[in-house]
Design a protein around this ligand. Structure first.
Ligand SMILES: Cc1cc2nc3c(=O)[nH]c(=O)nc-3n(C[C@H](O)[C@H](O)[C@H](O)COP(=O)(O)O)c2cc1C
Length: 169
C-alpha cells in the first residue's frame, strides 16, 4: 500500500521548534510514513498530504504569526485532513509535570480545524538564542534546553498509530 504522507509544519523564531518538528518527522518516518518538515511560512498547499502536524513556539503567551497564518491559509484543506497541533515553550520542567493547554489562538485553531490533539513540549533558551531578553534570562539562570526527545517521540508514535488504525485493510 502507498505510504501516507505527513507534513510537519512549524512556526519558530530561533530554531528550537524546528528541532521538535524534525524529531516528530523522523519518528513518523521510522514508523513507515513519508514525511516532510517545513517552516509554516513556506506551506502554501497541503493537499498532497494525508495528515498534518502544525506547531509553534510561544512568545508572551502567543503562537507565532507564521503558524497561525499557515492554519488559516490552508483551513479549507486542513478541515478535511487529520491535524494535530503542538506548542513549544516552557523553559522549565512544567511541560513534563502536567498537561499545558493550548494558548487561546491555538485552542481556537484546534476548534476551527477539528484538530485531533495538542501537546505542549518544553522549549529551549540558551546562550545561542539571540536577543537581549533571552540573554538576560539565561544570565539569570532561566535558560536551558527542555525539549524532551522521548516525550516528543511518544507523542509522534501515537499520531502514527492513530493514522495507521484508520488505513483501509
Ligand atoms: C521573550 C521571550 C518570551 C517567551 N514567552 C514564552 C511564553 O509566553 N510561554 C512559554 O511557554 N515560553 C515562552 N518563551 C520560551 C520560548 O517559547 C522557547 O524558548 C522556545 O523554545 C523558542 O522556540 P523557537 O526557537 O522555535 O522560537 C519565551 C522566550 C522568550 C525569549
Amino acid at each position: 500500500m502507498k505510504k501516507q504522507r505527513i507534513l510537519v509544519a512549524y512556526g519558530s523564531k530561533h530554531g528550537a521548534t524546528g528541532g521538535i518538528a524534525d524529531e516528530i518527522g523522523r519518528t513518523l518516518e521510522q514508523d513507515g510514513f513519508e514525511t516532510e518538515v517545513r517552516p509554516a511560512s513556506e506551506v502554501q498547499d497541503v493537499t498532497r498530504f494525508d495528515a498534518v502536524v502544525l506547531g509553534s513556539s510561544l512568545y508572551a503567551g502567543r503562537w507565532q504569526r507564521d503558524a497561525l497564518r499557515c492554519a488559516s491559509r490552508n483551513a479549507d484543506a486542513l478541515v478535511h485532513r487529520p491535524v494535530w497541533l503542538f506548542s513549544s515553550g516552557p523553559v522549565d520542567s512544567s511541560a513534563e509535570q502536567h498537561e499545558i493547554p493550548p494558548v487561546p489562538a491555538a485552542a481556537k485553531t484546534m476548534e476551527h480545524l477539528h484538530a485531533r490533539g495538542h501537546a505542549t513540549f518544553g522549549g529551549s533558551l540558551t546562550t545561542e538564542t539571540p536577543g537581549w531578553i533571552a540573554h538576560t534570562l539565561v544570565k539569570h539562570g532561566k535558560g536551558g534546553d527542555f525539549r524532551n526527545p522521548e516525550r516528543i517521540r511518544t507523542w509522534a508514535h501515537r499520531i502514527g498509530s492513530e493514522l495507521r488504525s484508520q488505513e483501509p485493510e
